[in-house]
Write a protein that binds this ligand. Structure first.
Ligand code: CMC
Length: 452
């Protein structure tokens, strides 16, 4: 029995629902986690009342219990396994955070070097995968390549798909964390027509990624430590974010028993959307479109106009109703990188700073609690390092893979694990009889198609 069920049994707190129609009341147990809002345990609501709950977008629904990440969106708090994100971003490194997310504790010195060795040993790809890349068009979006190649991993690593075996499960986790950086770098190299660069075991995770992305056979990329630190910070800040769209996709896919590589491919596909991981790319496009600080007011008005689909990209969050703590670290890092690279008066940074200042004073954004999110400043850092915008979401996916796989592992190991199967509020036609085709009324459903 899990802790929260034990708690509930001993405390017996409940919430009473009253059905006006039949005058009956139902007690719904209240359970508490270690932090955060209490939840109503509605698992047997349907059995007791014959009713479902309706919550499109899961705005009031906890789909699982988890020990990995805690967010208090009103206070702007993000913690992994109890550690504040800013502490991790400023003092830790990405592989240490990977260990923390996967295993629940920061590693000892000995475990840290063992983990580093294990990950390093898995960074190469099966050489056969190189041919897989060649099947893509050169102008394919690197995220499309990521979805395909990660999905294909299960065809190459048969010895880590039986996740009922703890050893195979751990190998799959290590392989994914290690190989995702190589896959991302190769997707980039392929898209620009350059030869793939193999990983170098003496480099750190982030240094290695920069090396595979920017080195050429003719010219070894000399990794600048300030850039490597910023890259590492970027990966830490994206490592996990509890039950967001892509993580929930990974859990839902995994709940059916699908193999971990297929589940992570599903997560990457979900991350690609502009309302999720695709926003960092959209921020740069928006800043370029705004072009000059003199145009900001016009774009703020567009964002506020209900009839205009334009939204301020990099602003707003489902959970944060206060400054996203990751955006704060990103903003500082953007300044550090531009200074290191001697980029003075970057027009995008200038527009971003001014846009943020104006939006944060505007009643619309204040009332709706819309603050900059992690994507608002990250694109400026990535662009300064030399990544094209099409790679931004790939970088998010590289950082997030450890979160996805840690959440997947937690779900697999949870005794309460059940296949995910949401219900629905059916709002379609009632039962009707089949009609032969010559008796059917002429309908115009396909008019748009026939017109062509
Ligand atoms: N610009 C202008 N208005 C906005 C914005 C925005 N960026 N975001 C939300 N609103 C308005 C929205 O129109 C709505 O107004 P009303 O109540 O009058 O209908 C209200 O604020 C609430 O918005 P919502 O869409 O119901 O909120 P949500 O929680 O469903 O959406 C969001 C969250 C992140 C999808 C949304 O804020 C958004 O589209 N932001 C821009 C895209 C973006 O930056 N995404 C990155 C998210 S952080 C990275 C990640 O975790 O993936």
């Amino acid at each position: 029995m899990s802790d929260f069920q034990e708690y509930n049994k001993n405390n017996l707190k409940s919430f009473t629902l009253f059905d006006n129609e039949n005058g009956q009341s139902y007690d719904v147990p209240i359970i508490e986690g270690s932090e955060g809002p209490k939840v109503l345990d509605i698992r047997d609501l349907y059995k007791k009342t014959g009713m479902f709950t309706f919550d499109p977008g899961f705005t009031s629904t906890a789909s699982c219990s988890s020990e990995i990440t805690f967010i208090d969106g009103h206070k702007g708090i993000l913690r992994h396994r109890g550690y504040d994100i800013k502490d991790l971003a400023y003092h830790s490194n990405f592989l240490e955070v990977c260990y923390l997310l996967l295993h629940g504790e920061l590693p000892s010195q000995e475990d840290k070097s063992k983990f580093q060795n294990v990950i390093t040993n898995h960074t190469m790809l099966n050489e056969q995968l190189v041919y897989f890349y060649r099947g893509f068009r050169r102008d394919a979006h690197p995220m499309a390549i990521m979805v395909g190649v990660v999905g294909a991993l299960s065809a190459f690593y048969h010895d880590s798909t039986d996740f009922s075996d703890i050893n195979q499960r751990m190998i799959a986790c290590h392989r994914l964390i290690a190989k995702i950086a190589t896959i991302g770098a190769m997707a980039y190299k392929y898209s620009i027509g350059q030869p793939f660069v193999y990983p170098q075991n003496h480099l750190s995770y982030s240094e290695n990624f920069l090396h595979m992305t920017f080195s050429l056979p003719t010219n070894n990329y000399k990794v600048n430590p300030v850039i490597a630190k910023a890259m590492d910070r970027f990966f830490i800040l994206h490592a996990d974010h509890e039950q967001n769209a892509s993580t929930s996709t990974v859990r839902l896919a995994g709940s059916s028993g699908a193999n971990p590589f297929a589940c992570i491919a599903a997560g990457i596909a979900s991350l690609w959307g502009p309302a999720h991981g695709g926003a960092n790319e959209a921020v740069i496009r928006m800043l370029e479109e705004i072009g000059d600080v003199s145009n900001i007011d016009k774009y703020i008005e567009k964002a506020k106009d209900k009839d205009d689909p334009f939204r301020l990209m990099g602003f707003g969050h489902r959970v944060y109703k206060n400054y996203d703590p990751r955006a704060d670290v990103m903003k500082k890092t953007a300044h550090e990188i531009l200074e290191e690279l001697n980029i003075k008066d970057d027009p995008l940074l200038k527009t971003a700073l001014q846009l943020e200042e104006i939006a944060l004073k505007d009643k619309y954004f204040i009332d709706k609690k819309l603050y900059p999110n992690v994507d608002f400043y990250s694109g400026i850092i990535l662009k300064a390092i030399g990544f094209p915008t099409s790679m931004f979401t790939v970088l998010f996916a590289i950082g997030r893979t450890v979160g996805w796989i840690s959440q997947w592992k937690e779900m697999i190991e949870d005794p309460v694990n059940k296949i995910g199967r949401p219900r629905q509020l059916y709002n379609g036609k009632n039962s009707r009889s089949y009609e032969e085709v010559n008796r059917r009324e002429k309908k115009s459903i396909f008019q748009w198609l026939w017109k062509k």
